[in-house]
Ligand binder design. Structure first.
Ligand code: SF4
Length: 439
């Protein structure tokens, strides 16, 4: 949209590239995309250097995590903060800058209510697809992976989710032809797998099915993965065989917990038994399920944590869960709907700009200690490239020891390896040291 309006656009992906003084020197505007927590952490580290390299530029932040961190970003010198669907606002901001009108530091037009006319993304300013995370198949072979967005927002209101404060229970479908053209340009760039980044692929089940059919009809050899919540896997189970037939290799689902009370507090709209149902339904359809968890919350007990590990063993899902998922601690960002839970905020510490959230301590210090120890253990396992089952066995032993129980021997069959992406990204991941070194 910016190029079409006549602006020169350069791109820098700070997860892969270094800040380039030549690019920044003459920039009139530096717009930083904050699509996830990791990106926001990287941006906060990079902002002083960007300011130094582009002293005359106006700074703008946009994307899901921009509005919820608006005060912090402004304190770091960001002039304009745009919300989740910022394209039109970015264009109008650039137009004002080009017209030499005095830029106002406040009051960028909100795009919350604006209906965006979706256009095919221009990916030519990004590094080659082959430099990004790729698909890894159980036999160890890999495929170049692309990314597509079939919808934005979500019609659900899970309390801990960063999508909720911006979209407030709404979602927008991207037209199928726009998505398909975006996929086509990535296939031409080598993609053999597409990872759909929709918060939930079945928010609009008919739309999701149309997308899968269109993808398969145009590129029968291209596979895909998507994210679908447990409730949708059950409600729309009849669609799963056709998703599989259209090339769906695996589905990510935010299970979050196996404790019904925690699921109720998070407003997940599924219960622990629904997890079992979803596993059975996806298996019956021949699609691998990759569940994700918020393993540590203020309500998690040592026994509850062991129950999560036991469930993964019972369901033979150990190979389907990246060990880092077993260490995730609930993040409470500014604007989180968790803050509206009666009494919840009273248990939190003041907002921490380094964490981009409200830190909390568990009432049982053993739980916090276990989470820290597991984090170190899993980080070591990643460095040593240990197999998931070996990392799980170490987690199993450590968790039992923390609860004062001896760890039972694990069964031989813990599940089979499933297709996965080479980087286990999730929205609350901390940036890696390598990413922070780029500036
Ligand atoms: S966690 Fe998933 S289903 Fe819930 S609001 Fe967020 S995107 Fe929607």
């Amino acid at each position: 949209m910016l190029k079409r309006a006549g602006f020169a656009v350069r791109g820098l992906d700070l997860s892969l590239e270094k800040l380039d003084p030549d690019i920044l020197r003459d920039a009139r505007l530096v717009a930083i995309y904050l699509g996830m927590h990791t990106a926001t952490r990287i941006a906060i580290e990079a902002l002083p250097r960007i300011r130094q390299l582009a002293p005359q530029a106006r700074l703008c932040a946009y994307g899901l995590y921009a509005p919820m961190n608006a005060a912090l970003l402004r304190s770091l010198g960001v002039d304009s903060v745009l919300d989740g669907e910022p394209e039109a606002a970015l264009v109008s901001l650039c137009r004002r800058l080009r017209g030499d009108a005095p830029p106002s530091a406040q009051g960028e037009p909100s795009t919350q209510a604006r209906r965006l006319r979706f256009t095919v993304p221009d990916r030519s300013v990004l590094p080659k697809l082959a430099r990004y995370a790729h698909l890894v198949l159980p036999d160890g072979s890999t495929r170049v992976a692309g990314f597509a967005e079939g919808s934005r927002g979500c019609k659900h209101l899970c309390r801990h989710c960063p999508v909720v404060p911006v979209y407030q229970g709404t979602f927008r479908a991207v037209p199928v032809d726009v998505v398909l053209q975006d996929i086509r340009q990535q296939v031409e760039d080598g993609a053999r797998h597409i990872s759909f980044g929709d918060p939930d692929f079945l928010n609009g089940p008919t739309h999701g099915l149309r997308l899968a059919r269109a993808l398969h009809a145009a590129f029968p050899e291209v596979t895909f993965d998507a994210t679908i919540k447990i409730q949708h896997l059950i409600d729309h189970a009849a669609l799963l065989p056709e998703l599989r037939a259209s090339g769906c290799l695996f589905l990510t689902s935010a299970v979050e917990a196996v404790d019904d009370e925690i699921l109720r507090l998070l407003d997940k709209n599924h219960d622990s038994a629904d997890f079992d149902r979803a596993v059975a339904l996806t298996r019956a359809a021949g699609i691998a399920l990759a569940p994700t968890f918020v393993a540590f919350t203020p309500w998690t007990t040592l026994e509850g944590y062991l129950a999560l590990l036991e469930r993964l063993v019972q369901l033979r899902l150990v190979e389907s869960v990246p060990p880092v998922q077993l260490t995730i601690r609930l993040l409470v960002p500014e604007g989180s709907w968790l803050l509206a839970l009666p009494g919840f905020k009273d248990g939190l510490m003041p907002f921490d700009p380094a964490l981009l959230g409200y830190p909390w301590q568990h009432a049982d210090p053993r739980v916090d200690q276990l989470q820290r120890n597991l984090q170190d253990l899993v980080a070591r396992s990643e460095t040593e490239k240990r197999a998931r089952r070996d990392a799980f066995a170490a987690v199993w032993r450590m968790a039992h020891a923390a609860a004062g129980r001896s760890a039972p021997a694990l069964p031989e069959h813990l599940g089979t390896s499933i297709p996965r992406l080479s980087e286990p990204w999730y929205c609350c991941a901390e940036p890696t040291a390598q990413q922070l070194q780029s500036f």
